[in-house]
Design a protein around this ligand. Structure first.
Ligand SMILES: [Ca+2]
Ligand SMILES: [Ca+2]
Ligand SMILES: [Ca+2]
Length: 243
């Protein structure tokens, strides 16, 4: 019975290990810094806390939208809808290819999958630009996704994601800092602005399954001198059954 419990424990640990994910702190992820008055914004500039413009003719600002932009957004600290966080968002002007970055968010680790998720807004009073979300290193893009303006739901914020698959421990990029990039480009001659919030970066570390379980099961095998009257089932079969 002890072995059954041990292997069940190993199987449970295996499941939790396979689904293990960690969150990485993204600076000013919710664009609540600086706090601006409801309905106002910082002026378009080349930087805000945690974020800077890399290229392009557009600028970036923090703003606190009203009902005219998003339903329910008017009021002190009134929450933005959808997948946004809190009251303020990042607003980016879309000169062709205007790209802003948060640099050196984390150092790339081997055997780790990175998932970037951003709440992308489409305000009621302006047309959005096309958007590209990317993970980059030294301004060289490693993974990206392109979001057409027409696929961003109106009057709310909607999550879009891009994943960076694991690198081997021998890859020269391992150990170097990752950047988050957000790029906006005019869409159909209409959409010239991008609205963003709640930038999240999570990691998942896949574990080699079989070896881990067998190692734990072997550790709980009875010693040769055990005199229990109950025969122990074969460890491998038992583990496979309970896994
Ligand atoms: Ca926010
Ligand atoms: Ca505010
Ligand atoms: Ca507001």
């Amino acid at each position: 019975m002890k072995l059954i419990r041990a292997c069940s424990f190993a199987a449970a640990l295996l499941v939790s290990t396979l689904s293990y994910a960690a969150s990485i702190t993204v600076p000013n992820f919710s664009f609540e810094d600086p706090d601006v008055v409801d309905g106002s914004a910082t002026s378009f500039n080349t930087s805000i806390p945690g974020w800077t413009k890399y290229i392009g003719t557009g600028g970036l600002e923090v703003r606190d939208p009203l009902n005219a932009q998003y339903p329910g957004a008017t009021g002190v600290n009134a929450s933005l809808p959808g997948t946004a966080d809190a009251a303020q968002s990042l607003f980016v002007g879309a000169g062709e290819g205007t790209t802003i970055t948060s640099n050196n968010v984390v150092n790339l680790e081997a055997n780790t999958r990175y998932l970037l998720t951003v709440a992308v807004g489409n305000p009621l009073d302006t047309e959005p630009a096309n958007v590209r979300l990317a993970l980059a290193m030294d301004n060289s893009i490693l993974a990206f996704t392109t979001i057409l303006a027409t696929s961003i739901p109106k009057g709310t914020f909607t999550d879009f994601s891009v994943a960076l698959d694991p690198f081997s421990p021998f890859d020269g990029k391992v150990g170097s800092p990752l950047d988050i990039q957000i790029t906006v480009s005019p869409a159909n001659g209409l959409g010239r602005l991008g609205d963003f919030d709640n930038v999240r970066l999570t990691t998942t570390v896949p574990e080699p399954a079989g070896g881990f379980v067998l190692t734990l099961c072997a550790a709980f095998e009875p010693p040769p001198s055990t005199t229990s009257a109950l025969p122990f089932p074969p460890p491998l079969l038992n583990c496979l059954h309970h896994g």
